[in-house]
Design a protein around this ligand. Structure first.
Ligand SMILES: C/C=C/C(=O)SCCNC(=O)CCNC(=O)[C@H](O)C(C)(C)COP(=O)(O)OP(=O)(O)OC[C@H]1O[C@@H](n2cnc3c(N)ncnc32)[C@H](O)[C@@H]1OP(=O)(O)O
Length: 279
């Protein structure tokens, strides 16, 4: 069997991905934007959510699984980071390049960090792969810390029973999100929500509460600490601090922490060349 450590630094190549206004609107609907959010769901007023880029770049962690680095039937998305460098056009093409930046040895599991670079964003997926650890590597980062004071904001994040079935059509077709047998094979009682769908759903009420526009997201990170089942409402706690954003966590109705170590910063992006007056 190939040692897990050989994937460290592996170049996953470059792909050009394209999308239309329709894709961007479907994405906004899938992560919970209401029909009254004309700025997210109506061509006339459309602003594209930066997290939509993550569905377009999902090919990168998927490619690593296809190459055999980990067992795709049991690996789950563990953490996500995103740095936005510029706004997404209403439709377009993105040239994305990906490589494995780190492989951490958690003993019984490995965590693969897959970084995607593009002129509009840099993003890192951490894939938690049970059974792939124990190869003598560094343990890597531990659990994120939580603020030791009461939250400044307490919000509800609704999720919908059809949400995973809809969200998967945007690009992440892993069977565990739709097929009860595949979910059982991954150790869960029923299909569960994509981590990136949960995260994007949480950002909508968080941005509203902070008085920010969700399309002005500049930085994002969070750990997927436990599975979310479609239809379960989440309780989100937010802590505001020095920057134009917040730290946040979310828990399910039964008290399980499902998002930990969350941080989102919102800042209007610099206009693109075409949008700059007199450019
Ligand atoms: C292809 C799939 C796409 C998807 O979207 S899947 C859906 C979204 N993801 C999920 O629903 C996953 C939810 N998270 C979980 O269920 C759990 O979370 C895990 C099963 C991933 C891990 O739980 P456990 O096996 O109990 O881990 P531990 O014993 O608490 O920690 C072992 C080490 O692993 C680190 N770790 C724990 N959770 C994560 C994570 N989510 N991402 C990255 N690392 C993680 C810890 O810190 C620690 O390491 P240290 O001892 O060095 O601190």
């Amino acid at each position: 069997m190939t040692s897990t450590r050989v994937w460290q630094g592996h170049d996953l190549g470059t792909r050009t991905v394209s999308y239309t206004e329709r894709d961007a609107i479907l994405y906004a609907l899938a992560v919970g934007a209401g029909a009254d959010r004309l700025d997210l769901v109506y061509e006339r007023d459309l602003r594209v959510l930066p997290t939509f880029a993550l569905t377009l770049a999902q090919w990168a962690p998927d490619a690593l699984g296809t190459l055999g680095a980990f067992d795709v039937t049991t690996a789950v998305h563990g953490q996500q980071r995103l740095t936005v460098k510029g706004p997404l056009e209403r439709a377009g093409e993105l040239v994305t390049s990906a490589r494995v930046t780190d492989v951490w040895d958690k003993g019984s599991a490995a965590v693969f960090d897959v970084r995607v670079d593009c002129d509009r964003f840099t993003a890192t997926w951490s894939i938690f792969a049970p059974g792939a650890g124990g190869f003598g590597g560094a343990r890597g980062p531990s659990a994120p810390s939580r603020p030791d004071r009461p939250a400044d904001h307490r919000l509800t994040v609704p999720t919908h029973s059809r949400q995973a079935a809809l969200y998967r059509l945007l690009g992440d077709r892993h069977a565990m999100h739709i097929d009860p047998e595949a979910a059982k094979a991954a150790g869960l009682p029923r299909p569960f929500l994509h981590g990136l769908c949960t995260l994007a759903a949480a950002l909508l009420p968080l941005a509203d509460t902070l008085g920010a526009h969700p399309a002005d997201l500049a930085e994002l990170e969070a750990r997927f600490a436990a599975p979310v089942f479609p239809g379960d409402p989440l309780a989100l706690h937010g802590w505001t601090g020095d920057d134009t954003g917040a730290r946040f966590e979310a828990s399910a109705g039964d008290g399980r922490s499902v998002l930990t170590g969350g941080h989102a910063r919102f800042a209007p992006a610099a206009p693109t060349r075409e949008e700059t007056p007199d450019a």
